[in-house]
Ligand binder design. Structure first.
Ligand code: AMP
Length: 380
């Protein structure tokens, strides 16, 4: 089924061809017509499934028909758990919105940066993407009003609950008009997610897409048994020996992130790191130069394991394992996306072996293991 038969605004169909989106992904085929009909939607889908466009396109299509007002009343509100996801969703919205006539104003707001420029820029914004804390701060400062929101989108609702945003979410919901359309997306339908879906959604259409499995099949996974002392040299060996030009390395702490990036640089490998203690500017800059291929290695904590879309990322390395198997899948899901094969490597110390077995069991896939003992790491 082509995009043109889903009922979207013709201008958006043009915007889709400008991006070379040739046909809708399954989630888009299912969600778009329902949103256009004004239905509530519960979407169980991962990043990589095309979920962003599945709500952005019909929301813009619905707003295009309505008159533009020049005030601080938001008409569509997208609440997301992280700043990076906020920026990414806003990028998608502003691409499509630029094709509308008149151009529809959208914006992303998030904490960690100064609030004043955001307050000024909110005038005339119709679609707002926001992290919960900053959104409430802006409401308190009277920089915007939520009393005219017609459509609410909660993206990565499971992550929002994991990060402890339940209270903020309740406050936000209380500020919205009771008559509105609600779209909720989550990677899982865990118990806590179910409890909020029944509070927020009215008679929702349920859509589930299995992106996770498809993605995993595209990823070649290898584990290297290694001692703690040889981890750093092995990482550098793997990057250099395989001539990896764009690799995302995961560690489990802010300290390790800095440490690993620093050692890579000392050994002549261009690297930067991204974690929650860095300023928003520094994070945005690091991510941008990595995405554009100017930075060879980006070392990260799990903060960016979700929601960040880097197309065609060929390599992910787990310098340390995440605690939860779910996070492991999200981490390696940064590669092997959109039908491009990718490679995920995990460095496993004796202490981590048992945990890695648990991860594989949960994932229902066994990873090829290599003993790194015989690799000559002198000079790395
Ligand atoms: P998302 O799950 O929203 O993060 O989207 C995953 C990736 O797929 C993004 O890079 C999108 O630009 C891309 N994408 C989404 N929908 C389509 C489509 N219909 N055709 C081609 N690429 C798409």
């Amino acid at each position: 089924m082509p995009f043109s038969s889903l009922g979207l605004s013709p201008r958006l169909v043009t915007a889709l061809s400008a991006l070379d989106f040739q046909k809708p992904y399954p989630i888009q085929e299912k969600v778009i017509p329902e949103v256009l009909m004004g239905k509530d939607v519960l979407g169980i889908a991962q990043t990589g499934s095309g979920k962003t466009a599945s709500y952005v396109l019909p929301v813009l299509s619905l707003l295009e028909k309505k008159e533009t007002k020049r005030n601080r009343a938001i008409e569509a509100l997208v609440v997301v758990p992280t700043r990076e996801l906020a920026q990414q969703v806003q990028e998608v919205i502003s691409h499509f919105a630029s094709f509308l006539e008149p151009r529809l104003k959208s914006m992303a707001v998030y904490g960690g940066v100064s609030i004043n420029p955001q307050m000024k820029a909110l005038m005339g914004v119709r679609v707002l993407v926001a992290t919960p804390g900053r959104l409430l701060e802006l409401v308190e400062a009277n920089a915007l009003t939520l009393s005219e929101v017609q459509i609410l989108v909660l993206d990565e609702a499971d992550k929002m609950l994991n990060l402890g945003f339940k209270e903020e979410m309740d406050k936000i919901i209380a500020l919205l008009p009771s008559k509105r359309q609600n779209l909720l997306f989550s990677a899982t339908l865990a118990e806590d997610v179910q409890s909020i879906t029944s509070l927020i959604l009215k008679d929702p259409i349920f859509v589930k897409v299995e992106a996770e499995k498809e993605n995993l099949d595209l990823i070649s996974q290898t584990g290297y048994f290694v001692s703690e002392e040889r981890k750093g040299p092995l990482l550098r060996y793997l990057i250099k020996h395989n001539d990896m030009q764009q690799v995302l390395v995961f560690t489990s702490s802010v300290y390790q992130t800095e440490n690993v990036a620093e050692k890579l640089r000392k050994n002549g490998i261009q690297a930067n790191c991204i974690h929650s203690k860095k300023s928003q500017e520094a994070r945005t800059k690091a991510l941008k130069s990595f995405k554009e291929g100017h930075m060879r290695v980006l070392v990260a904590t799990d903060l960016i394991a979700r929601g960040i879309d880097i197309q065609f990322l060929p390599f992910v390395i787990n310098y340390e394992l995440p605690r939860s198997p779910k996070d492991y899948i999200h981490r390696i899901g940064r590669t092997g996306r959109a039908e491009n094969p990718g490679e995920a490597i995990s460095l496993i110390t004796p202490d981590e072996q048992q945990h890695f077995r648990v991860i594989q069991k949960k994932m229902k896939k066994w990873v090829t293991m290599v003993d790194s003992e015989s690799i000559d790491l002198r000079g790395f």
